[in-house]
Design a protein around this ligand. Structure first.
Ligand code: NDP
Length: 371
């Protein structure tokens, strides 16, 4: 674990908390810089989901470098066999070995799945010198250096630097029927999922009235296959900025349904077929036929284990201390990915800031004489 400067020789050079695109990208860069990173990947508690939000995503069509095609063969060849159980099932048409050997016939429309993309990133980190612990971090002690990270099950670990990459989770309405139809017509990301065949040429609904909801509705309404997009707004006005509101209100394919909330997601067992809406004025209900519901009612960053030890912005996201650097308010603690980003929230931007955090750690260690 190298020599030290004013700390324990046994302290880790860098502990990475989180295992989404930011965590694995940080690990790849830190490992290749010989920092031997230790990644806490989380368990299945709500805050620390192994592989992050992408574990809940099906096709990922916007991550550069992953066009659809014979992705499955590549994933299976690259990811260690003992983790194949975690990969999504092979699509029906690819099960026939005859199809799987023909370049034209092998799942021509099969985009990389969220879990596959994350397993590939994890494997890339493991290929160098990354160590992974299946545990949650429940607290950190930043009162003296080296810092301590405190896992739920294991012993506290000393660390010269920490990268917080715990992400943010989309808020949902909390309906049982919403849970049942997640990935079957219910989504919290139009940019990620809106162009999927499931939603082609169907009326769709966006729930929420903030800038995100307008952005999602506009994105969906501008797709070539768009038919109609309903915005379900619980009050008689929107929270979104004026200019965004006008964008929605003037769009020929967007219709706002005011003073309404979703009471139930309706479906045929396989896919969403509609919504039962409830008026917030008189409690009356009505049904709306849609093929998908996009929930855009805000996100919650996964920061509860931090208490108030790092400076957060007014929305509860970790605040970067310097523009375009991943340093937080505490020296030697860095933040990457959605936990520090309430604006872009994309896998590719998370991966980018994960890389930045590892480079910032490398420089910090060099400046502090830790080899
Ligand atoms: P916001 O918190 O701004 O808006 C959340 C919306 O969801 C509100 O309209 C709220 O309604 C509604 N809502 C919350 N809970 C429910 C519920 N249970 N049922 C129905 N509706 C509900 O979150 P956003 O994600 O939209 O935006 C976050 C931040 O990111 C904002 O600061 C925004 O400006 C920014 N942003 C900027 C963009 C841009 O500039 N292009 C794009 C996207 C986001 P109510 O109003 O009644 O409380």
């Amino acid at each position: 674990m190298g020599c030290f400067f004013g700390g324990s020789a046994l302290a880790e050079k860098v502990v990475i908390i989180g295992s989404g695109p930011a965590g694995w990208s940080a690990a790849i860069y830190a490992a290749r810089a010989s920092l031997s990173p230790l990644v806490f990947e989380g368990t299945f508690k709500p805050e620390m989901i192994p592989l992050g939000q992408l574990a809940f995503t099906t096709e990922v069509e916007n991550y550069p470098g992953f066009p659809f095609g014979n992705i499955r063969g590549f994933v299976e060849s690259a990811v260690a066999k003992d983790r194949h159980w975690n990969l999504p099932p092979i699509p029906e048409h690819s099960k026939d070995p005859k199809n799987r050997n023909s370049l034209d016939d092998i799942a021509p429309h099969y985009a990389v799945q969220g879990v596959e993309l994350m397993e590939l990133m994890k494997q890339q980190a493991l290929n160098f010198d990354t160590r992974v612990v299946e545990d949650d971090i429940v607290d950190i002690d930043l009162s003296s250096k080296p810092y301590k990270v405190i896992p739920a099950k294991g012993e506290p670990i000393e660390a010269h630097t920490i990268i917080v990459a715990t992400g943010a989770r989309a808020n949902y309405l909390g309906l049982e029927s919403e849970e049942e139809y997640k990935n079957k017509g219910v989504s919290a990301c139009a940019v990620c999922d809106g162009a999927l065949p499931t939603f082609h040429a169907k009326p769709l609904a966006v729930v929420g009235a903030g800038d995100s909801a307008v952005e999602e509705a506009t994105y969906l309404a501008n797709l070539k296959s768009a038919v109609k997009v309903y915005m379900i707004v619980r009050r008689d006005e929107m929270r979104a900025s004026k200019i965004m509101q006008e964008r929605a209100l003037n769009h020929p394919k967007i219709e706002v349904i005011w003073n309404s909330v979703v009471d139930e997601v309706l479906g045929d067992g396989n896919l969403v077929t509609g919504l039962r809406l409830k008026s917030t004025l008189d409690g009356s209900t009505s049904e709306l036929a849609v093929g998908g519901m996009f929930v855009a009612i805000g996100h919650t960053p996964n920061t509860s284990f931090l208490g108030d030890k790092l400076e957060m912005n007014e929305k509860g996201y970790i605040q970067w201390a310097k523009p375009f650097r991943t340093n937080t308010s505490v020296d030697g603690v860095f933040a990457a990915g959605d936990v520090a980003d309430d604006y872009y929230r994309q896998a590719i931007t998370s991966a980018g800031t994960g890389c930045m955090a590892a480079l910032d750690v490398e420089r910090w260690l060099a400046e502090n004489g830790i080899e």
